[in-house]
Design a binder for this molecule. Sequence first.
Ligand SMILES: C[S@@+](CC[C@H](N)C(=O)[O-])C[C@H]1O[C@@H](n2cnc3c(N)ncnc32)[C@H](O)[C@@H]1O
Length: 436
Amino acid sequence: MDKFIRVLVDFSAKVLYNVVTRHISHDKAFQHVLREYRKASTVVPLKALYWISHDIVADYYTIKYVDKLIYGGKGGTSFKRMARLWLVFRGLESEHLQEFIDNVERLRRRLLRSMPSKYSSLEEILDTIDDPVERLAVELSYPTWLVRTLVGLVGLEATRDLLTALNEEKWWIRVNTLKTDVDSIAERLLDKGVVVRRDTDLDYMLEVLDFNEPLHHLEELWRGEIVFQDKASAMVVEALEPEPGDIILDMTAAPGIKDTLIMQLTDNNAHIIAVDVSRERLRRTRNVLKMYGADPSKIELVHADSTHFKVSKRIDKILLDAPCTSSGAIGKDPAIKLHLNDPSWIEKFPHLQSKLLENALMQPGHYSIVYAVCSILHFEGEEQIIRILNKASLVLPRIPGTEGYSVYSGISRYVRRFFPHLHRTQGFFIAKLLKH
Ligand SMILES: C[S@@+](CC[C@H](N)C(=O)[O-])C[C@H]1O[C@@H](n2cnc3c(N)ncnc32)[C@H](O)[C@@H]1O
């Protein structure tokens, strides 16, 4: 047991260290540490290493606070100490830990004895915090500035619901109707223990309610019959209303998931100019398009910087699914929460989004634009739209979702937001514009 805990702590600390210092996702950090520390999986099952390191990353702000309270910030950041504190103060709530350790309470008490702590539960620790915003930030493990911002936008209770739901991973499946039909996929998935529910808004979407085996093992995925795509992400394409014959400029196309949906909705009859600044991601796009049966003769892949790129032909529609903080996708990768504590990383997005939007408005002719970000932050959503309203007009996208943040009363009715606690999706912002 001692060796088991030592390896688990060492491994998780290395993952946390990599996420913090190299600015990478939990999955990437996990793969990296596994390559360097392969023998860890001979002592602790891979599943335990994955999920416990995942949960330690997800609970970073909680354990950081506990660490400061107990050790007073002495000795700088010790990732191993943080991993041990997680076992003590979060371990009891973790179904992943319970799965691999018979008596978590005994382990907790033993570890606690080696700590200079007068606290024995997270509840007691949370009671030391008077400010409700700070308390919520520690309890749900988010940077305080983010919680304060959201409380200013939607209030304390809605922020609690939003951030609680955002901590959970949600799975949606898009059925690729270019290759198969929804009923037969739903039946086959059920036979494999994947319980799905048909969506009432989009007939090709399935909400995953339960599953036993990792979803990435499904052969339907490798055959291109299903796509893991969030419902809110599909709504971005729905807002564009692609029609057969449309010429569509996708300014930030890679890895091409939304383009495959455009081709699905138009039965491979749209023409797409798919631009991306990343050569590596465009290479992946080529494979994705092929895998999902999108007609390659209808899609031009262009390696260019869309802050400057100009099309030479008439276009009907622009899709701008802009690079963003991905704060709406924290459920998929808890490392995003840690990156959100780096102001220099956050600041680069609004600037880039403005430049991309400006250039979207500089193409020849008349066309509509759908601007979207997978973000819950106002400065990547409403504030970007307000800035360019002298050059374009807002049109109401024909999609569900809620209005934008009400403090932006001039535009909130015309834009759409999706939230995990209200729509069981990722957090997304979607606006539709007509170029003057
Ligand atoms: C949110 S992702 C797009 C996802 C894509 N629409 C899909 O559904 O698969 C944003 C993309 O913008 C690209 N990007 C970032 N800056 C860019 C720029 N200046 N010009 C073109 N593409 C850019 C990134 O390489 C990334 O692939």
